[in-house]
Design a protein around this ligand. Structure first.
Ligand code: SAM
Length: 158
């Protein structure tokens, strides 16, 4: 998925964050690939990059400026590492991508408010990316295919 988005956007960060960022947070980091790429990028390597996910599937051999936390970002943002990691007005960028399956509709409002609380006033950015189902022309995708079924179910759910 990370590679797909890299091809699509050509950049990991499209938000115009300040130069020399100090703190970047990735909610629902998954494989951690986005967080690692950002930590290694010379434009953002000044930052500590925090990845949070319910599943501890991230690699352990990572750049020094990357830390992963196995937590629920809906309830635990304030409490990361006993509250030592994320403070009010501290983050240059809070990123989340394709996490909608883990966030119920009624939780988004509170989540966005919390994200705002942690961003540096006036300069911090939130970058949220969510997808919707695929569409195509004519019979390009056969109705018996998994892609067709998944997409139809997503359309129904949207
Ligand atoms: C589809 S994956 C996307 C991974 C990554 N953001 C990417 O774009 O490659 C969604 C990830 O969000 C995580 N996730 C969903 N809800 C979460 C929550 N409330 N707290 C922490 N992680 C969550 C899941 O465990 C999963 O790893």
């Amino acid at each position: 998925m990370h590679c797909l988005f890299e091809l699509l956007f050509e950049e990991n960060i499209v938000a115009p964050i300040p130069s020399n960022p100090t703190l970047i947070v990735d909610l629902g980091t998954g494989s951690g690939k986005w967080a690692i790429d950002v930590a290694e990028d010379e434009k953002t390597s000044s930052a500590k990059v925090i990845g949070i996910d319910l599943s501890p599937i991230q690699p352990t051999d990572v750049p020094e400026n990357v830390e992963f936390y196995c937590e629920d970002f809906i309830v635990e943002l304030h409490q990361l590492d006993g509250g030592r990691i994320l403070h009010e007005s501290s983050a240059d960028l809070i990123h989340s991508r394709m996490v909608k399956s883990g966030v119920q509709e009624w939780q988004w409002d509170g989540l966005v408010r919390r994200v705002f609380h942690f961003l540096k006033p006036g300069v911090g950015w939130a970058q949220f990316t969510e997808g919707t189902s695929l569409s195509w022309d004519g019979d390009a995708v056969h109705q018996s295919s998994h892609l067709y079924k998944v997409s139809s179910l997503c359309n129904e759910a949207d």
